[in-house]
Design a binder for this molecule. Structure first.
Ligand code: HEC
Length: 183
């Protein structure tokens, strides 16, 4: 027979475990919602980039310039807002909201942590954020050595560009999305 006080201890532990795993499950669900909301943004941007590159990088830069902001705003509806940002911006209009900069800084500070993050925001809103790593196909426009015509097109469209000099595997920036929490 357990002492009554030990029984109580166990009950307290069991309740704590149930509450914590309930919270973890809710987080899993919200993380999955954030990832799902971002998926059309990623697909549409990728499609625009690949289609643009078929006619060469200079044309692809204007395609990205004209389409990327439209793609993000077309998907930012019904209380959902999303975008891309970076610690080294090409387009200054992609400046991160404050909650995004805070997480971006943690990714910059810790090169081993690349897990998506969930942030509780005001007014029952949630923020989901995931890192963007540089891939092989990105170096044409974000790498260390660029073709002269690429440099020219970038500086014409983005006089304040800071988004070159990256290597494959580097943190290039983040995708972020804000959405209402489930009631
Ligand atoms: C053809 C040139 C080109 C290629 C290739 C390219 N980008 Fe970009 N990238 C751009 C342009 C132009 C912008 C600015 C778009 C805008 O105005 O929102 C941009 C913006 C971004 C941004 C938004 C933040 C910012 O700096 O404004 C991220 C993040 C980004 N690119 C990541 C990538 C990644 C990752 C790849 C590879 C999968 C890639 N890019 C490939 C041209 C390119």
């Amino acid at each position: 027979m357990l002492q009554p006080s030990r029984v109580l201890d166990r009950i307290v532990v069991l309740i704590a475990v149930a509450v914590i795993s309930g919270a973890a499950l809710a987080n899993e669900d919200e993380l999955a919602r954030g990832a799902a909301l971002l998926s059309p943004l990623k697909n549409d941007l990728k499609q625009a980039l690949v289609a643009g590159l078929e006619t060469g990088p200079v044309n692809a830069i204007t395609v990205c310039r004209d389409q990327a902001p439209m793609i993000a705003s077309a998907l930012s509806v019904d209380g959902v807002e999303m975008g891309r940002s970076s610690h080294r911006l090409r387009n200054p209009a992609n400046l991160a909201p404050d909650w995004v900069s805070a997480v971006l800084e943690t990714y910059q500070a810790n090169a081993t942590d690349r897990t998506p993050q969930l942030v509780r925001l005001e007014d029952d809103r949630l923020g989901y954020i995931e890192p963007i790593m540089l891939q092989g196909m990105c170096v044409v426009c974000h790498g260390k050595v660029l073709a002269p015509e690429v440099v020219e097109q970038i500086s014409e469209s983005y006089p304040e560009d800071r988004a070159t000099g990256f290597e494959v595997g580097d943190l290039r920036g983040v995708y972020w999305v804000e959405f209402p929490a489930r009631q």
